[in-house]
Write a protein that binds this ligand. Structure first.
Ligand code: NZQ
Ligand code: ZN
Length: 404
């Protein structure tokens, strides 16, 4: 087990009806005036926003609203919200929504005290410094941003989507009420589950050998999701299945599933190759949901790299799907190849069974779309990038092409 630093400072308040505790929990943290950030209207339609605002009122907390964060949130929204936060002199931020809303709120939290443009942080011109405290009411389990030290923002003018990392902007509080997720459309439910599995896989296939406890946690998260997914797609109000998915999403990305797997204790475990490939996809095609992009690119990446460490993939095949190489098959290499390929196929079929796409063509992506993505990928990640198998731009091209 490698050395690690596990920093998860978030207070998770998890349960039925707990959305109504937002105000009292915020008051306990000493906040008096907050900027409430939300997305493109789901929280208005579902009544979640009204419940949150009512609980702030009851707790005597003042608020101003910044609604309209879009999926794959854009920097111009963040700039506007920062201006509003400054003008209103808020002392904290409350995000009500999913990863896009939370990431926009995170960017406001470190952008507000900074005098320059918030994009400077993403362009790595400015290190993260002071942050306004952030709390979250989660409405879609997916990105894991409620517990993560990551923030991902798009810049449409530059066709870039970039992340920053920092423990200082991890949310102080996350209200997690699984009933809020009953209204999620099947596609968003599925995209969220896919993203969680990718978060676990990025860490699991990190170029580090077995770390038994962490690996068991990782595979257990994936098995839990595979078990719960059909239940919620069949019955969107299955509370237990929704609750397990919600908590799995947090554990998949708050770094618990990577303890002991990082190459240096100061950095998160994993090479994040599938995410790098996907972020280019949704940077250039902003209508693509992050999880849906991963449903195509994660298996394509796996197929490209598994020969770099077949044993690791065999452990995954066995722990997640109970697949083992046939012992009567000669030569052994062929049996290994069959087992690993079967596991990757099963994973892809699971995504498809939830309604996820299996090819880039399902998004209308064609071969001429690859060059622009490679151009910004090189700019953003350099060459080679990744950990399990360092990828060149030729590798990235091969993966995109294999997924067309
Ligand atoms: O915008 P509204 O109207 O709220 O609708 C949202 C949105 O259309 C809808 N939705 C959310 N909760 C709902 C609901 N609809 C009905 N009922 C509810 N209860 O769902 C749609 C997707 O929301 P979004 O916040 O975009 O989803 P997600 O949580 O998947 O976030 C995706 C973003 O997070 C980034 C992604 O790249 C993408 O930009 N990521 C952030 C990470 C992090 N900060 O740690 C890590 C991830 O790897 C990821 O990169
Ligand atoms: Zn992700």
């Amino acid at each position: 087990m490698n050395d690690f630093i596990y920093h998860s400072p978030t207070k998770f308040v998890f349960g039925r009806g707990f959305v109504d505790r937002a105000g009292s929990e915020m008051a306990q943290l000493g906040f008096a005036k907050v900027l409430v950030v939300y997305g493109q209207g789901s929280v208005i339609r579902t009544g979640t926003l009204a419940r949150v605002l009512a609980s702030l009122d009851s707790a005597g907390i003042e608020y101003v609203e910044a609604g309209g964060a879009r999926p794959n949130p854009e920097v111009s929204f963040v700039r506007d919200a920062i201006a509003l936060a400054r003008k209103s002199e808020v002392d904290a931020i409350l995000a009500v929504g999913g990863g896009s809303t939370i990431d926009a709120a995170k960017a406001v939290s470190f952008g507000m005290p900074y005098e320059g443009d918030v994009w400077d942080f993403f362009a790595h011109k400015q290190p993260i410094g002071e942050c306004l405290p952030l709390a979250v009411v989660l409405t879609i389990p997916a990105a894991g941003s409620e517990g993560s030290g990551s923030c991902v923002i798009s810049n449409d003018a530059e066709h870039r989507k970039l992340g920053v990392s920092g423990d200082v902007f991890r949310p102080r509080l996350a209200i997690m009420d699984p009933e809020l997720t009953f209204t999620l459309p099947p596609y968003q439910t599925a995209a969220g589950i896919t993203d969680m599995i990718a978060h676990v896989c990025e860490r699991y296939f990190s170029g580090v050998g077995a770390v038994p406890l962490t690996d068991s946690i990782a595979c257990s998260i994936i098995r839990t999701l595979i078990d719960a997914a059909p239940k919620v797609l069949d019955n969107p109000k299955d509370y237990d299945a929704r609750a397990n998915i919600m908590w799995a999403g947090t554990l998949a990305h708050n770094d618990l599933a990577g303890c002991g797997r990082s190459l240096s204790p100061a950095v998160r475990a994993g090479g994040w190759e599938s995410h790098a490939l996907e972020h280019e996809l949704s940077a250039h095609h902003t209508e693509i949901a992050h999880g849906a992009g991963l449903a195509v690119l994660l298996p394509a990446w796996m197929r490209h790299v598994w020969r770099n460490d077949p044993q690791r993939f065999l452990s995954f095949a066995n722990d997640v799907f109970g697949i083992e190489p046939a012992d009567d098959c000669e030569p052994h290499d062929e049996a290994v190849c069959d087992a690993v390929t079967a596991a990757i196929d099963e994973l892809r079929e699971f995504f498809v069974s939830m309604g996820m796409p299996s090819r880039l063509a399902d998004f209308g992506i064609e071969s001429h779309d690859i060059d622009p993505m490679l151009k910004t990928l090189l700019l953003n990640k350099g060459e080679p990038f990744g950990a399990f198998m360092p990828l060149t731009m030729d590798d990235a091209r091969a993966i995109y092409e294999s997924a067309l």
